[in-house]
Design a protein around this ligand. Structure first.
Ligand SMILES: [Zn+2]
Length: 213
């Protein structure tokens, strides 16, 4: 569903933008369509929605997905802070052991409640499995505000899914013809990653999750 959101974003752009450099959006906006597609797709996962899950598996899958939205935010902070350290503060002769130590420290700081007993190697070497770290320095933080934008769009979809999808479609295609804040305005969501916005949207996630427990 996530990657399908990127596809819809590109198709909208191909239809509305003649210039190839406007087929892309600013990086901070790139994940709005994709992350938006994740929760509104959930009703189609169960057999009533032509999906594959029976009622029990469907509920478990929804709770798992919504839990991932919450735990993703501190994980995003681990990746972002690791990148800041790696690119700006780490010694030039930084070793893999240094990186293991740093990654483990950041996991302990941002995700203190996870019990890694017996999985110490997985805990310390997570940076090796994160392609964004070498590929796209400083990109990962963008998933935070865009997740907030996607959750606001989901809130609109919970009221009227068809309208929410329609309203999101052509404004997405504005891409580089608009500024970042204009793009968020066009898609009818706030560009914010402050305590009030995160708190409000985590309450939404918790309330929706409670319906499936
Ligand atoms: Zn994506």
């Amino acid at each position: 569903m996530h990657e399908t959101g990127h596809v819809f974003h590109f198709f909208d752009a191909f239809q509305h933008q003649n210039l190839i450099w406007n087929h892309h959006s600013p990086m901070e906006f790139a994940e709005v369509a994709s992350m938006f597609m994740e929760p509104p797709g959930m009703p189609y996962w169960n057999q009533n929605g032509d999906g594959v899950y029976d009622e029990g598996d469907y509920r478990r899958a929804v709770v798992h997905r919504l839990t991932s939205i919450v735990t993703f935010l501190p994980y995003m902070a681990v990746v972002d802070k690791f990148q800041h350290w790696f690119y700006a503060a780490a010694p030039e002769a930084v070793s893999a052991d240094d990186m293991d130590t740093k990654w483990a420290q950041l996991r302990d700081h941002f995700l203190p409640d996870i019990n890694y007993s017996g999985l110490e190697v997985e805990k310390t070497t997570g940076w090796q499995r994160k392609s964004h770290i070498p590929d796209t320095p400083s990109y990962y933080i963008g998933y935070g505000p865009t997740q907030m934008g996607a959750l606001q769009a989901w809130r609109n979809a919970l009221v009227d899914q068809e309208q929410a999808v329609k309203k999101l479609s052509s404004p997405l295609a504005a891409n580089y013809t608009s500024t970042l804040s204009e793009l968020f305005q066009l898609t009818n969501v706030r560009f914010a990653f402050n305590a009030a916005t995160v708190g409000e949207l985590m309450t939404l996630v918790r309330n929706e999750m409670a319906k499936h427990l």
